[in-house]
Design a protein around this ligand. Structure first.
Ligand code: NAX
Length: 331
């Protein structure tokens, strides 16, 4: 049997904590399949090249049979050449006293540059997953700066939020996580995100038929999922890393494996004129499904009750505000 052609996977922020939990799992074949030969392209800032060199040594030391090449560097134009998947993890963290607008603008510079590099040298059908925060707006900037690449190839990661929501429902209902299906995260990957318990199911039944405590769902459940990232930081002293890496793998796997009939997954994708009336040209988390060919469609006609509608509109307003903060230009 002849081997499949090599797939090139780019990961940025390669010396960071998410990447350390991500690169090795990609290299085992967990993300693209256990018969898929890989090349890893890993970008870092020049000052982090030494720790990244250590990561490269460890990747080598694992002797992964599928890992055929590892390229490291700090020049995006050089490193992004012909990549098929781009996981944009590296971003500028919020410094002490930094305003949200300044954080957006600092990150915009990074994602403008990386969008342009993808546009000039990546594979024309590269699939892009933005993890670095604020990931929805960073994704919008990347997409805007890469007009050669189809808009439908850009995703912001809300899969960790979906996974957190699934886990919380399973714990409460005393069922396996695999019994929870149809879990949508609507909106922004932020504390305004909307984990949709109205349309999710537990063992095929509406959540509301199984968990009768609606106040718990509207308050504790939604609040726990929205603030889970902060709770992990408060406990661990560092932000979610292993769970974020695991969810990034799930996010790409959902694009390259067919979505089971009747099921969907959440991803931050570009809104158009048919996306639930959400303003066009926002990266907004919607329920999606895929045929497993790397592409997706938004699942339509999922009903919103008043509770969902109000919260989803608030998340949309937040994303519009993020976009407008950037419209003054990036200095
Ligand atoms: P770390 O600070 O451990 O690592 C980030 C790495 O990115 C650093 O090594 C840094 O040198 C590098 N970097 C910064 N700018 C870069 C650039 N222009 N090019 C290449 N590399 C660059 O952060 P980590 O914990 O790995 O988190 C990375 C990002 O993921 C953060 O923005 C974080 O907020 C975000 N997260 C997103 C999540 C999501 O669900 N979408 C959840 C987890 C996480 O909070």
């Amino acid at each position: 049997m002849t081997a499949k052609p090599l797939k090139r996977v780019l990961v940025t922020g390669g010396a960071g904590q998410i990447a350390y939990n991500l690169l090795f799992r990609i290299a085992t074949g967990e993300m693209l399949g256990f018969d898929q030969p890989l090349a890893l392209h890993i970008l870092e800032l020049p000052e982090a090249m030494k720790p990244l060199e250590g990561v490269r040594m460890e990747l080598e030391d694992c002797a992964f049979p599928l890992l055929k090449e590892v390229h490291i560097g700090s020049d995006a134009e050089e490193l992004f050449g012909d990549v098929h998947y781009a996981l944009l993890v590296g971003a500028k963290p919020r410094g002490p006293g930094m305003e949200r607008g300044d954080l957006l603008k600092e990150n915009a510079k990074i994602f403008i540059e990386q969008g342009r590099a993808l546009n000039s040298v990546a594979d024309p059908d590269v699939k892009v997953l933005v993890v670095g925060n604020p990931c929805n707006t960073n994704c919008l900037i990347t997409m805007t700066n890469a007009p050669r690449i189809p808009r439908k190839n850009f995703h912001a990661m809300t899969r960790l939020d979906q996974n957190r929501a699934v886990a919380q429902l399973a714990l409460r209902a005393h069922v396996e996580v695999s019994s929870i299906t149809n879990m949508t995260i609507w909106g922004n990957h932020s504390s305004t995100q909307v984990p949709d318990f109205v349309n999710a199911k537990i063992s095929g039944k509406p959540v509301l038929d199984v968990i009768k405590d609606h106040s718990w769902l509207e308050n504790e459940f939604v609040g726990t999922v929205q603030k889970r990232g902060a709770a992990v930081i408060a406990s661990r002293g560092k932000s979610s890393a292993a769970s974020a890496a695991s969810s990034a793998i799930d996010a790409i796997k959902s694009l390259v494996t067919p979505t089971p009939r009747g099921e969907w997954f959440s991803s931050g994708v570009c809104s158009d004129e048919n996306s639930y009336g959400v303003q066009e040209n926002l990266i907004f988390s919607f329920p999606c499904r895929s045929k497993g060919d790397g592409h997706y469609e938004i699942v339509d006609n999922i009903p919103w009750n008043t509770f969902l509608r109000e919260k989803i509109h608030a998340s949309e307003r937040e994303l519009l505000e993020e976009r407008s903060l950037l419209e003054g230009g990036v200095s």
